[in-house]
Unconditional design. Sequence first.
Lengths: 418, 279
Amino acid sequence: MSVISVENISKQYIIDHQKGKGGTTLRDVITENLKSLVGKKTKTSITHEEFWALKDVNFSIEQGDRVGIVGHNGAGKSTMLKILSKIIQPTTGTVRIRGRVASLLEVGTGFHPELTGRENIYLNGSLLGMSRTEIRKQFDAIVAFAGVEKFLDTPVKRYSSGMYVRLGFAISAHLDPEIMIVDEVLAVGDAEFQKKSLGKMRDNSASGRTIIFVSHNLTAVQALCNKTLYFEKGRLIEQGETNQVIASYISKVSKTRLLRQWDTPEEAPGNDLVRIRRIELVPEYPDNLTHIDVRTPMTLQFEFWNQMDNANLNLSMHLNSLTGECIFNVGTQSQPYGKGLIAAECTIPGYFLNDGSYTISMMVVKDTVTPLYVMEEAITFDVEDYREGIAWYGKWPGYVRPQFPFHIKMLEPVASEQ
Amino acid sequence: MQTHEVIIQPGRSERHYWADLWRNRELMYILSMRDVSVRYKQTALGTAWGLIRPLTTMLIMVFVFSKIAKLPPDPGVPYPLMVLGGITVWTFFSTAFTQISNSVTLNSNLVTKVYFPRLIMPISAVAVSFVDFLVSLGLFILLAIWYQFIPDWHLLLLPAFIVLALLASFAFGLFFAAVNVRFRDIGQLIPFVVQVGFYVCPIAYSSRLVADKADEWWAPFYWLNPMVGIIDGFRWALLGERAYFNPKSLLISVSIVLVCLALSLYFFRKRENTFVDDI
């Protein structure tokens, strides 16, 4: 049974462009109307621009689905959530919702800094649609989940930002709706708390609840959602199984450039000494995978024309982060080569690079000291995150994520008391 | 839990709006308590402020209008008592009106993040002014005891005038609250309206003075002010027949208030769905 059906939803905004002023004041409107009454239209009049935040969106969500919504900033994700939450009205279309909805667009909605933690629990809880009896029943659980027992009667303006967020999430985690709409709440809080809240959301979904979840964190969407909607510029451009949609999202988003090649030396980059023929990064995808993640081994293939007789040449490959820091540099042995086409190959193993964006530069060196030609940022690629059996979705630190042997064992077991 | 289907469409207001409003009465209560409780947090004198304000206003007016300008009170009524009665109901109306007008913009953080019937904001906004009103009324009772002034059966009509003042604040406030979302000019306008109202309404003086000047050209306009009937009536309920009361002006007040309330409510309901786009 579909619990949410969305038909032809569009949302239009009219943006007023006005020279040198922000906001509308009554005076502007009155003078504008007076001018048009007299029949004079001034050149500085307000110009209107139509903007479609959403355009012809259709989808339906089944009972118990956990649906992720992905897309860039401004793709219309939040507008969609706000329409589903009845906060904004669509310009066209119809939404049908069966069941009690709780939307969580912000952590700690309506928290008043002057009020105590206790007062804010009641305030926020009732804003999210809980009755006072429900809040009273869940009160202790909320306080324990947030870990703020000692600060219940302190105004929340004295809370640390961590406590504030924990309290806010704890309240929403104890809602009991049939449909839950969640926007980016996992983006807040420390790693420990993220783990706890994602776990709580997964428990919720296990009980057959329908969840709609917007996040920039693809790993979290992958972990939580079975279906995914991909929005771009206000349109729903793809929907379906999470893995499939995310893969196509990644392939559309990344600036990946894995291959560059030139057919003849004349048009190839280089100089009189060397010319580049081809540089390609070839990932070895495991089954069903169409993008590079931290598991993927990759081979860099490089071919160039040497136009010198008997030169001592070696290659030097730089792998850089997107910010330009060199993560490593590997080189070949220096060897004498005559004129001709030379090919080289270097393999970057899987389980080595961390997730992130990288570039590869290639340098041809003579006599181990003289760079003949440097091909800067010849290859650009993204490594996506992948985790298994880990309930933590924070950013994994570091440029590399090697799996060095790391042994752990129990040295002296102590018999349990029970 | 019964599952009901919600349909979201452009221009469609919640079919069960009033039922929804009733379902959210706890939220209304909690938002009211928030305003009341926040009001005197971190103030040294706390709720005493609710007493200080009407008291000082009364003393100043007694000094200016009674001692200097020598305005006569209604015969048999002590001037301070007459003024305090007027101040009490006027302050109730004007703060409720101001708070209703600002209620939506002050709660903009809620409007953009959660759905609830938007009327909850203006309704819960009057709580603070009602608490102040009760304090001021208490002050009136103390002053009445001081003057050994005993009210009569008219007092039974007091709740009707309180309700009328409240309805008046909604009749004008709801309209301004909805306009305020788009035009913040309203924020500037309201204190001005309240200040003007203080002088054109019979607070420092009795309507009897105007009734005596019935042949002046401006006299008919005076009675068109809906607050005149309400303030006179409120004072009449507290002070009895000695206070001036004109049933005709009350009739004018009631009709203006009811018509404005209906229009305001209609306007507010019409606009509330687009608050979030304009706020």
